[in-house]
Design a protein around this ligand. Structure first.
Ligand code: C5P
Length: 249
């Protein structure tokens, strides 16, 4: 498999402080080009976390997993899209009036597919509308299906594929699922549909709370576009060496 065809590694910055997140980005970039900012870091430091990654030259996967009424999710997505334009500003009043897009750090974000098609459509339309106003590329929106911390059940694959079909119909760019369902989603939704797989663990490493885990090699073979890895890299004594191990499969 050529380097271009390999899935890209996203490291989850699941830490509590901006300083700790910045330390990891400095160690890992440019070997790792994209970082996931989730509810822990975003709750602690908000847009500053996105700005920090953007300043370093990295892209951001903003994993806030929105699930609410369509109007609320649409408005949240508007705000997330605007985050691409505040990299050089510490002014927290981000919004459409800030037109200076100095970087495009928010490459991708998440919403829950269980929110339904209307909610998903509101999200995509909001991202497109705000991106157009700002003159930036619309961030990709991917839908969370069945969490990788859920046990494998008899109907998991069927459920995930149905959620992926619904997400595609609503205009989403892809889904988040486990490696176990990646191939079925690829076969159903086609080659351009983004597949993001968390729950990646080297053979024998502690799974933590994750249940539907797989190795990065299995994720590559299943056709995943992006691997999300948190604790095995973030908590490693040598995070760069750990990340390089995932990049090699
Ligand atoms: O530490 P670990 O590698 O398990 O981290 C996985 C990351 O991916 C976490 O930040 C988690 O929130 C996220 N994630 C997940 N399963 C999903 C969606 C996101 O594990 N279905």
């Amino acid at each position: 498999m050529s380097v271009e065809e390999r899935p890209k590694l996203i490291v989850a910055l699941d830490v509590e402080t901006l300083q700790e997140a910045e330390r990891l980005v400095k160690i890992l970039y440019p070997t790792v080009q994209m970082f996931k900012i989730g509810s822990q870091l975003y709750t602690a430091c908000g847009p500053q976390a996105v700005q920090m990654a953007g300043r370093a030259g990295a892209k951001v996967f903003l994993d806030l997993k929105f699930h609410d009424i369509p109007n609320t999710v649409g408005n949240a997505v508007l705000s997330c899209t605007s985050l691409s334009c505040v990299v050089d500003s510490l002014d927290p009043g981000f919004g459409k009036e800030i037109k200076k897009a100095v970087a495009y750090p928010v490459f991708m974000m998440t919403i829950h597919t269980v929110g339904g098609q209307e909610m998903m459509r509101f999200a995509v339309n909001a991202a497109a509308e705000r991106a157009k106003e700002l003159g930036i590329i619309r961030p990709k929106i991917v839908g969370v299906t069945v969490l990788t911390s859920d046990e494998q059940a008899e109907n998991t694959q069927k459920k995930v594929v149905a959620m992926a079909i619904s997400a595609k119909q609503a205009g989403l760019d892809g889904v988040v699922c486990s490696v176990q369902e990646a191939m079925a989603v690829r076969q159903t939704c086609g080659k351009d549909f983004i597949i993001v797989t968390p729950g990646i663990r080297p053979q024998g490493l502690d799974k933590g709370d994750q249940k539907r885990v797989a190795t990065s090699k299995a994720a590559m073979e299943a056709g995943s576009d992006f691997l999300v890895v948190g604790r095995p890299i973030v908590a490693a004594a040598d995070p760069l060496k750990a990340a390089q191990g995932f990049l090699l499969g």
